[in-house]
Design a protein. Sequence first.
Length: 424
Amino acid sequence: MKQDYKSRYLALRGLITVPGAIALAIWLSAIPLLWIDHAFDWPQFAKPEIFSGMSVETARNVLGTIAAAAITTLSLVYSLVLIVFTLAAGTIAPRLLKRFTSDRANQITAGMLGGTFLFALTVLYRTGPGFVPSISIAVSMLLAVVFVLQLIFFVHAVSRSVTIDEEIAEISRRLENRIAWMVRDEEEQANAQSSPGDFDHAIASTQSGYLNGVDENSLAVLARKHDFTVRLRFKPGDFILETQTVALLSRHPEQEEDEIAGLVRQCLLILPSRDAVDEIEYSINLLIEIALRALSPGVNDTFTAIASLDRMTSALSAAVRLGLRRRDIVDSDGTVRVEMRGLGLENMLDSAFHPLRRASADNMLMMEHLAQALSRLHEIGNQTARELISSHAELLLKSAKSSNPLDSDFAALKQLMPFMESGE
């Protein structure tokens, strides 16, 4: 729990830490392999046929070729990644760049190529007239085979990442998983006890920035150890000012007040930029951004906006059926330890449908698909969700009416939402 949550979070992101760790691990593996080549009299064992007549010059040529190919391919990989970034920023959404940098295919490919280069270079340095490390050379060739296969997979992954439909599906999958996990979590905690009513002790932030994540497990362990409940005032994605109260405690700590406040702050990941790619609101905003960009006059790609709408409707289906309540963390005995703010169903539907409805007022094709999406959600939704969806349907009809459509077009749009005529 004393570990810095920010450091652990950032260690898994970007094109530095993970590729660097993979490259160093492969490079350091050359040391024990060279030691084995030195320690054992390799010629007394049965050599593979491929190494039986390998000369020093041949060994150095093979290792030099592998090292040169690896470092050249690494430069091409980074160039290709930058090209993908440029295409994504211009045609899909600039905020997707942060997700691309955390893509495992990009990270593993860069690490494999860098590690293969360092490994082959190290073995090449130790290869001489009196020493031909056969095992290390064999591993170098094996690494070359692996990085070629990884490169093929990398090209496949990159080709899919610049396809808008594939990217929309990936964002939707993350959103569906997050919502499904929250709904299941709420069902498990339906019988939880209520938390204390008074939260008198405030903990202020020491920096300004966006709340990108919460170390929920460490926060629950801290609250259980000192027997209090923590109420978080912000949800991931909110902007926090320095000295603003970020958390409230149900009782004043009897001792170690400054230390406890510091541990609570360590559980909150506050960064200068918004980077919570796995949060519900962030994923919804990404889908909305793609759709709004597609509906803009400069792009005019309605079918991309329709694809974003369809995938977002699928992701919201679990929330519409089961509803979303506040997600609290409780002990095994039902005592609430952490109260966490989150998106309610009304806020989620507003974030998803208001921007699209406003941007589609003059686009009857998009308006029709919005009506179909609302009708599908109304069909599977609970009573609370149906009331919210009906209000969005009314606003949709008013927006369509404001653009002065033909009577037949307006009637066709209204027929797509039969629940409005039935008065449900």
